[in-house]
Design a protein. Structure first.
Length: 125
């Protein structure tokens, strides 16, 4: 069977943004279901910027030997000039430069996935 890997992130305990109590619960529920579908699921909850970057690096490493990738994100996001960004729980944005340095561009995540795996599934909650 082809290797399937998943990164499941649930960010809810934001420091400067509205609290999202359901985001971690949704992520945990998703991560619990994925092994039955053949996925090796990496669950990450309430990640600050550094922890979110590390989770994405680990996911990228696992993609090198995978055929199917799944990315699930529950948490705050925003769109600026047509670009979507995912927010870590410790995000503090005071300008456009900080936006790109302190958040994660969804297009970059999608690009990494599409370069390494044949089939990609993305869920934004």
């Amino acid at each position: 069977m082809e290797k399937r890997v998943a990164l499941v992130i649930g960010n809810g305990d934001y420091k400067k943004e509205a609290w999202l109590p359901n985001a971690p619960n949704d992520a945990k529920a998703m991560a619990e279901k994925l092994p039955a579908l053949g996925f090796e699921a990496q669950l990450s909850v309430d990640l600050g910027r550094d922890a979110m970057e590390n989770a994405l690096f680990l996911f990228e490493e696992k993609l090198k030997s995978a055929h199917v990738a799944l990315f699930f994100y529950a948490g705050h996001g925003l769109q600026v000039e047509g670009e979507n960004y995912l927010l870590p729980i410790d995000v503090k944005i005071e300008g456009k430069t900080q936006l790109k340095r302190r958040t994660f561009a969804l297009n970059e995540i999608l690009s990494i996935m599409s370069q390494r795996t044949q089939t990609n599934l993305v869920f934004l909650d």
